[in-house]
Design a protein around this ligand. Structure first.
Ligand SMILES: Nc1nc2c([nH]c(=O)n2[C@H]2C[C@H](O)[C@@H](COP(=O)(O)OP(=O)(O)OP(=O)(O)O)O2)c(=O)[nH]1
Length: 359
């Protein structure tokens, strides 16, 4: 079964190694009127009743509908094993009602320790929508994890028609960083999703446990300068003889890791955009480009919340040497018609129809 379910879903990225034993708490954490506690086998009946609901399951990535009860038992058992290994942390979202406890939904974090990243997922049963449970639980877990686990960022995704979850993520401080497509089993096929991330810099007043030791230095403009400012980046759509475009997948450890972008990078002081791009293409891909081969095409002006990106995009059909990934990125030549299949930073999305028209 899918690792967790929710308005957001946990990614299937394999966890290479575990968070050091004991880092994930065994007990409950309090979240205002709600209590987040480890799942137990005897939660299966109520969890199954809440999640086996079309309006919940349609927003979850890998759950079938109808959702068999036996999968709930298997899933709860797997969450306990994952917690023990330090790979993931799944909690029931509960509320004390009179003498009894009511289970409202689930929240979970999948941890990729080597990449210092965790992925957040959650869902709340329909009877409890509008109670504030999703935002309270998601904010509590996000803040706790950034402050206490050796991670530098938390990612999350939500189906683009899931306005409630998108509102929750924005409200608690996640930044929208891109868009992509994910399979939604219950609905059949892939659907567009909005991608989010949060770092320490996005959570005002967050106390970090030991950032100098554990958190990877965040090279993002957001980390470097607290106030919003414009960041200048130059990028290239390199086109091959078949009119395919070269995309580079941002390597782990960088902000927006995993998203597919156009090669390029920040414009240093005293550099022209062309100078910067020629330098970046040499550093990142080992190719030599002459200024005459860079044709201005369009630009992105995008507000990422913590910084504003201004990025000219040049077209380039001629260069020397074969593009080679020199900085841990993954490269792929992509036909214009397929660009929308690649999750991209939000700033790049307006480029897609323009490139489709051109190519
Ligand atoms: N290169 C590139 N950057 C993009 C694209 N879309 C987009 O939002 N960005 C953002 C991501 C980053 O916030 C910023 C580029 O910064 P970067 O970190 O890749 O720049 P850099 O290569 O100079 O890296 P660094 O030395 O600061 O680590 O622009 C794109 O298509 N290409």
């Amino acid at each position: 079964m899918r690792r967790t379910t929710g308005h957001c879903s946990l990614s299937d990225t394999p966890v290479v190694s575990s968070v050091a034993a004991g880092r994930l708490p065994r007990g409950a954490i309090e979240a205002g009127p709600f209590r987040l506690r480890p799942l137990r086998p005897d939660d299966a009946a109520v969890i199954h009743r809440l999640v086996n609901d079309w309006s919940v399951v349609r927003m979850l990535s890998r759950l079938p509908f109808p959702y068999p009860r036996s999968l709930t038992d298997d899933w709860i058992a797997s969450t306990i094993a994952e917690h023990d290994r330090g790979d993931a942390w799944h909690l029931a979202v509960t509320r004390q009602d009179g003498d009894g406890e009511t289970v409202l939904g689930c929240i979970g974090l999948r941890i990729d320790a080597p990449q210092k990243t965790a992925t957040l997922g959650y869902w709340i049963g329909r009877p409890y929508w509008g109670t504030g449970a999703a935002s309270t639980a998601a904010e509590r877990v996000t803040r706790w994890a950034l402050a206490n686990l050796p991670i530098a960022r938390i990612t999350a995704s939500a189906a683009q028609d899931n306005a409630a979850s998108i509102a929750v993520l924005r409200k608690i401080g996640f930044r929208e960083v891109g868009a992509g497509r994910q399979p939604f089993l219950a609905r059949g096929g892939e659907h567009p999703v909005t991608l989010f991330e949060a770092t320490h810099a996005d959570m005002p007043g967050l106390a970090t446990r030991n950032p100098s030791e554990d958190a990877a230095p965040d090279p993002s403009p957001a980390a470097a300068v607290p106030a919003r400012r414009s960041v200048l980046v130059a990028a290239a759509a390199l086109l091959d003889r078949d009119n395919r475009v070269l995309l580079a997948r941002r390597p782990e450890g960088k902000p927006m890791a995993g998203l597919w972008e156009f090669p390029g990078g920040k414009i240093e002081q005293d550099e022209t955009p062309e100078d910067a791009l020629i330098r970046e293409l040499r550093e990142e891909l080992g190719i030599e480009v002459s200024p005459a081969c860079l044709a201005p095409f369009t630009f992105a002006s995008h507000d990422y919340g913590t910084f504003h990106l201004l990025m000219p995009l040049f077209l380039c059909r001629r260069w020397k040497h074969t593009p080679t990934a020199r900085e841990g990125q993954t490269l792929r030549w992509v036909h214009a018609a397929e660009l929308a299949d690649y999750p991209m930073p939000a700033a790049d999305l307006p480029f897609i129809p323009l490139l489709r028209d051109l190519l």
